[in-house]
Design a protein around this ligand. Structure first.
Ligand code: ATP
Ligand code: MG
Ligand code: FE
Length: 334
């Protein structure tokens, strides 16, 4: 079964061709980062326009690179939420038109379900159940994957998403956008124990909070600036990253072991953070929990993950009609 998948929920226009849901024949990602960079974040209207310009080229490239013909496509998977409504509509309209023209099923996919499904592509032997930590630009969820398409949210952030915290802290340090990869790089040169930033464990539960540490970093930076002292950028990056990843990694491993699961996976853009990967591996080994994560290219936005999630939805009998609409705040449990 050949799936063509389309993703346009934020600032990446992406298309992918997959065979039987887990074998990626092509994975084309056109990112708009360079365009949004000068504004310090994604400008929704600009994103929509760029998707319109790019989508035809990206889809064609995905088909060419996969070495298939249009007529080989058996189903079309597309992100219909969550995300920016104008951006989502570009991919969704394109997918509908293609599904209609080719007379193949259209399957709407939840972007966050896509993120966690990247693990199925990266680890061919992975099967539910397991626990996954989804850490992306807009979400931080600890989820119990009971079966394909069957989820229970164990915990979530009460304020900022983890990626958002990385981006905001990087912005305050005037490092550029997106901040996650820059902080990751700088942290390697800094001392994670240099500055004591707060770790918000909240209670014994699985919820997260990142606004406190963000404020602590901002206060630290302001104090340094007031005193006209030099900011030890690498140490701030390393200490911030250490605090955030301590909480993320320990709660994820704790959830897996308390719920009796042998495996915990990471997904979403922040899952490519090298500090988080190292730490969760270490905590996992200590608790006897197997840790898995996708390669970085499958952590940040891509269409291969959407195709994989769409494939399993399709196997469960889910097909959408031409009336499928974009749902900007779609929940993973819907
Ligand atoms: P969502 O998936 O919640 O709708 P999104 O699609 O914008 O949001 P992703 O593409 O999953 O988010 O991830 C982007 C986020 O990941 C950004 O916040 C970025 O800073 C962060 N990120 C990317 N690489 C790294 C890294 N190496 N370390 C930390 N954060 C990173
Ligand atoms: Mg993005
Ligand atoms: Fe995403």
């Amino acid at each position: 079964l050949i799936t063509l998948a389309i993703e346009s929920s934020c600032d990446e226009t992406a298309a992918s061709v997959l065979k039987n849901g887990r074998e990626v024949l092509s994975n084309i990602i056109s990112t708009q980062i360079d365009i949004h960079k000068k504004f310090g974040g994604v400008v929704p209207e600009v994103a929509s326009r760029k998707h319109v310009e790019n989508i035809d080229i990206v889809v064609q490239q995905a088909i060419d690179e996969a070495g298939i013909e249009m007529n080989d496509i058996d189903m079309i998977a597309v992100t219909y939420g969550p995300g920016l409504v104008g951006a989502l509509l570009v991919g969704l309209s394109y997918a509908k038109a293609m599904a209609y023209a080719l007379d193949v099923p259209l399957v709407g996919v939840n972007h966050i379900e896509g993120h966690l499904s990247a693990n199925y592509i990266a680890h061919k032997e992975l099967e539910p159940p397991f626990v996954t930590l989804i850490v992306s630009g807009g979400h931080t969820h600890l989820v119990e994957v009971k079966d394909y398409g069957e989820y229970e949210i164990l915990g979530r952030t009460r304020d900022d998403a983890s990626g958002e915290a990385f981006d905001k802290v990087a912005r305050a340090m005037e490092l550029g956008y997106p901040g996650g990869p820059i902080i990751d790089r700088l942290a390697k040169e800094g001392d994670p124990k240099a500055i004591e930033f707060p770790r918000a464990y909240i209670d014994d539960g699985y919820d997260f909070s990142f606004s406190g540490i963000k404020s602590a970093v901002l206060n630290y930076l302001n104090a340094k600036r007031m005193k006209k002292e030099e900011i030890p950028v690498a140490d701030v990056a390393a200490s911030f990253q250490d605090a955030v990843t301590d909480v993320l990694a320990s709660k994820a491993v704790k959830a897996a072991s308390e719920k009796g699961y042998k495996t915990v996976t990471l997904s979403g853009g922040v899952a490519s953070n090298s500090g988080l990967r190292e730490k969760i591996q270490k905590f996992g080994e200590e608790k006897g929990v197997d840790v898995k994560f996708p390669p970085p290219v499958l952590c940040t936005d891509n269409a291969a993950m959407i195709g994989c999630a769409g494939y399993y939805r399709y196997l469960k009998g889910r097909v959408d009609g031409m009336d499928l609409n974009a749902v900007p705040n779609l929940q993973i449990t819907e």
